[in-house]
Design a protein around this ligand. Structure first.
Ligand SMILES: Cc1cc2nc3c(=O)[nH]c(=O)nc-3n(C[C@H](O)[C@H](O)[C@H](O)COP(=O)(O)OP(=O)(O)OC[C@H]3O[C@@H](n4cnc5c(N)ncnc54)[C@H](O)[C@@H]3O)c2cc1C
Length: 447
C-alpha cells in the first residue's frame, strides 16, 4: 500500500491530537515536528508559580508519546513552509516533503517596549518558573506589590488572552491568604479595555467587580500600555503602576517564520483558513479529492448521485442485452464496449458472458431468470464498476458468490479501483479482507 506522508508541525494539544488520531490509520505515515522536546500542558501550568504543580507534572516527553502512539518524531524548528512544492524547511534537518500538512505551531506574542521587564504565564514554559522564583523572593520578604494584566493586538482583537492572567492572579491571592500575608501585598490587575471579560457577558463583568471588592483586589482598566520599565507599567497618559513583580500576557500574533512561507496570512500574521480549517486559497497543498470536498455544496444532487454506485443483495436484471444491463443509465450511443468488458472482467463475469451465444448482445430475462444467483450478482457488480463512480457501496453484494470467485472479484477491485472509496457492508469476513478500515456494528451501535 502506498502510504501518504503526513507532516504535523507542532507538539502542543493541536499537533499531538492530530498525530495520535492520524497514526491510527494504517494508510498514513505520520511525522510530528516540534521545536520542543516535550508536550507542555498549559492549562495546568497556572499552578507552577504558586507551587501547586511542579514543572515535571505539566510536561510529557514527546519521544514517549511518539513511541506509544506510533508516529515519527523530529525535534527541530520549522523555518519555512513551501506549500507549492509540498515541502517544509527545517533549521537543522533540511527539507522534508509531505502529501498532507497540518500546521499547529501556535502563535508568537506581541512585544511591547520593555516587555523584558515582565514574565508571562502564556509564553515559553521557562517563564512560569521565572514567575515562581520572583514570587518566592517576595513571599520571603513578606510584603510587596504585584501587578498582572494582558494586552491586545490592534490588528486582531480576537488574539487577546486574558483568562490565564486572571486565573494566576486569583491563585496568587489564595496562596498569600493561605500563608497569612495577603494583607501585606497590593494586588492590581491591568488591561487596556474598559471592561475586560465583557465577551463573557455583562453578568460576568459585574460578578468580577464584586469578587474584586470582596478580595480587596485593585484594577487599572481602560488605558493602553505605552511601555514597561523596571518595576513599572507606563500607560498612554504617562500614568504609572509600580510593582515588584509584573506578570503580563501579551496578545498573540502570527508566527514570524510563516512570513517567508507561501501560505495566505491575515494582517496580524495568522494563517488564513476556511470553514473546513483548510488553508485559504492555497489549493496546491490539497489533492483533488480534498478540493472536491471543499466544493461539495456547489454540486447538484444529480451530479452527486452520479458519483455513487450502490449495489445491494437484491439485484435487478432488465429484459435487455448484457451490454445494456451493464451500461444501464447511459445513452446507447455513449456506451463504451471496451469499458463494459473491463467492468465484466473486474466482476469475474466476462468468462461466462463470452461463452454465451451472442456474447455482450445476449438478451437476459427480466430478474435474470436465465442466470444463476452468482452470475446475476456479477452482472450487477459489473454495472457498479462501469459507472466509474468515486464512491462504491457494496451491501452484501458478494454474498451469492462462492469463496473462490469472491476472492477473485475482490482482488480485481483492489487492482482496478484505485483512488476510489469502497464501502462494503458484509457479514462474511472474507468480503472485507481488503478494507483499510473496519467498523463493527452490533444492535445499530458501532462497537
Ligand atoms: C496558562 C494557560 C492556561 C490555559 N487554560 C486553558 C484551559 O483551561 N482550557 C482550554 O481549553 N485552554 C486553555 N488554554 C489555551 C490552550 O492551552 C491553548 O489553546 C492550546 O495550548 C493551544 O494548543 P496548540 O497546539 O494550538 O498550540 P501550542 O500549545 O502553542 O503548541 C505549539 C507547538 O508548536 C511548537 N512550535 C512552535 N513553533 C514551532 C516551529 N517553528 N517549529 C516547530 N515547532 C514549533 C511548540 O513547541 C509547541 O509544541 C490555556 C493557555 C494557557 C497559556
Amino acid at each position: 500500500m502506498n502510504r501518504k506522508n503526513i507532516l504535523v508541525l507542532g507538539g502542543g494539544f493541536a499537533g499531538l491530537e492530530a498525530a495520535i488520531a492520524l497514526a491510527k490509520e494504517r494508510f498514513f505515515n505520520v511525522t510530528l515536528i516540534s521545536d520542543r522536546e516535550y508536550f507542555y500542558i498549559y492549562p495546568t501550568s497556572i499552578w507552577i508559580p504558586t507551587r501547586g504543580n511542579a514543572f515535571a507534572d505539566v510536561t510529557v516527553p514527546l519521544e514517549k508519546l511518539a513511541e506509544r502512539r506510533n508516529f515519527n518524531l523530529i525535534i527541530d524548528e520549522v523555518v519555512e513552509i513551501i506549500g507549492k512544492e509540498n515541502k517544509i524547511l527545517l533549521k537543522d534537518n533540511g527539507e522534508k516533503n509531505f502529501d498532507y500538512l497540518i500546521v499547529a505551531i501556535g502563535a508568537d506574542k506581541m512585544k511591547p517596549k520593555g516587555v523584558e521587564f515582565t514574565s508571562s504565564i502564556c509564553g515559553d514554559p521557562e517563564e512560569a518558573l521565572e514567575i515562581q522564583k520572583q514570587l518566592d523572593i517576595l513571599i520571603a520578604k513578606g510584603h510587596g506589590k504585584i501587578a498582572m494584566g494582558f494586552g491586545g493586538n490592534p490588528k486582531d482583537p480576537s488574539a487577546v488572552r486574558g483568562g490565564p492572567a486572571f486565573e494566576l492572579f486569583f491563585n496568587v491571592h489564595h496562596k498569600l491568604k493561605k500563608l497569612g500575608i495577603r494583607d501585606k501585598f497590593e494586588l492590581t490587575f491591568f488591561a487596556p479595555m474598559k471592561n475586560p471579560g465583557a465577551r463573557m457577558g455583562e453578568n460576568a463583568v459585574s460578578k468580577m467587580k464584586m469578587i474584586f471588592d470582596m478580595m480587596n483586589l485593585k484594577s487599572h482598566y481602560g488605558k493602553k500600555i505605552k511601555e514597561f520599565q523596571k518595576n513599572k507599567v507606563v500607560f498612554e497618559d504617562d500614568s504609572i503602576l509600580e510593582a515588584d513583580l509584573i506578570v503580563f500576557v501579551p496578545a498573540n500574533k502570527g508566527k514570524k517564520n510563516m512570513v517567508n512561507s507561501d501560505l495566505p496570512l491575515s494582517e496580524a500574521g495568522f494563517i488564513e483558513i476556511n470553514d473546513g480549517t483548510f488553508f485559504k486559497s492555497v489549493q496546491v497543498v490539497f489533492d483533488d479529492q480534498l478540493e472536491n470536498f471543499e466544493d461539495i455544496k456547489k454540486y447538484k444532487i444529480a451530479s452527486l448521485r452520479n458519483q455513487i454506485s450502490f449495489l445491494s443483495q437484491r439485484v435487478y436484471i432488465f429484459n435487455d442485452t448484457v451490454l445494456k444491463n451493464v451500461a444501464y443509465g447511459s445513452n446507447e450511443k455513449d456506451i463504451n464496449k471496451e469499458k463494459v468488458i473491463l467492468a465484466l472482467k473486474t466482476a469475474e463475469a466476462w468468462d461466462f458472458v463470452e461463452k454465451m451465444e451472442f456474447g455482450l448482445n445476449t438478451v437476459l430475462n427480466e430478474f435474470g431468470t436465465n442466470l444463476s444467483g452468482g452470475q446475476r450478482q456479477r452482472i450487477a457488480l459489473a454495472r457498479a464498476f462501469y459507472k466509474n463512480s468515486s464512491l462504491i457501496i457494496l451491501d452484501e453484494a458478494t454474498s451469492s458468490l462462492d469463496n473462490k470467485i469472491e476472492k477473485m472479484v475482490l482482488n480485481n477491485i483492489d487492482k482496478v479501483l484505485k483512488n476510489k472509496i469502497l464501502i462494503t457492508v458484509a457479514h462474511r469476513q472474507s468480503a472485507i479482507q481488503h478494507s483499510d478500515k473496519l467498523i463493527k456494528f452490533n444492535n445499530g451501535q458501532i462497537i
